[in-house]
Ligand binder design. Structure first.
Ligand code: CA2
Length: 145
């Protein structure tokens, strides 16, 4: 059974509350439910974590070192700013998928730079909420190949 963790960064706890045109009308609970359903059907041991605090995300990434087979991260705004998250991810030997609900490359220029892409195995970006299950599918296929 593959162990996969999905980390969500700042403000993603507010999904479905505003900016629905950008991020859709689904809530984080909805997203987590579809991920749990997918995990149950596909023999995946899934962990989910969301925080608005950079250091808490760093700690989860460090803990994944010895406890997870794969890590999926939507670092929210920290994607574009956090050297600490980049450094923590770089230490990991397990595969990392960078995930975004929106296509960060057709938005404001400050979103075009990601500090995560260079340490990620792959990127899922621009497919809305569906991107979460797409990432789980990609990770689980990658781990079992
Ligand atoms: O598209 C993504 O998934 C992002 O990682 C979302 C981040 C943004 O800073 C990245 O550039 C792209 C922001 C998440 C904000 O979430 C909200 C949720 C509800 C209402 C407003 C914002």
């Amino acid at each position: 059974m593959n162990k996969i963790i999905i980390l969500n960064g700042p403000n993603l706890n507010l999904l479905g509350e505003r900016e629905k045109n950008q991020y859709g009308s689904f809530t984080l609970k909805d997203v987590e439910k579809s991920c749990k359903d997918y995990a149950n059907q596909n023999n995946i041991k899934l962990s989910l974590f969301q925080s608005n605090v950079e250091g808490e995300l760093v700690t989860q990434i460090q803990n994944a070192r010895n406890s997870q087979d794969g890590l999926i991260i939507n670092a929210g705004g920290y994607t574009h700013t956090s050297v600490a998250i980049h450094d923590a991810l770089k230490i990991l030997k397990i595969p990392i998928i960078e995930l975004h609900i929106s296509n960060i490359y057709n938005r404001e220029e400050f979103r075009h730079k990601s500090l995560i892409s260079s340490v990620a195995r792959g990127i899922v970006c621009g497919f809305g909420a569906e991107g979460y299950v797409m990432s789980l599918n990609a990770m689980s296929k990658y781990l079992t190949k």
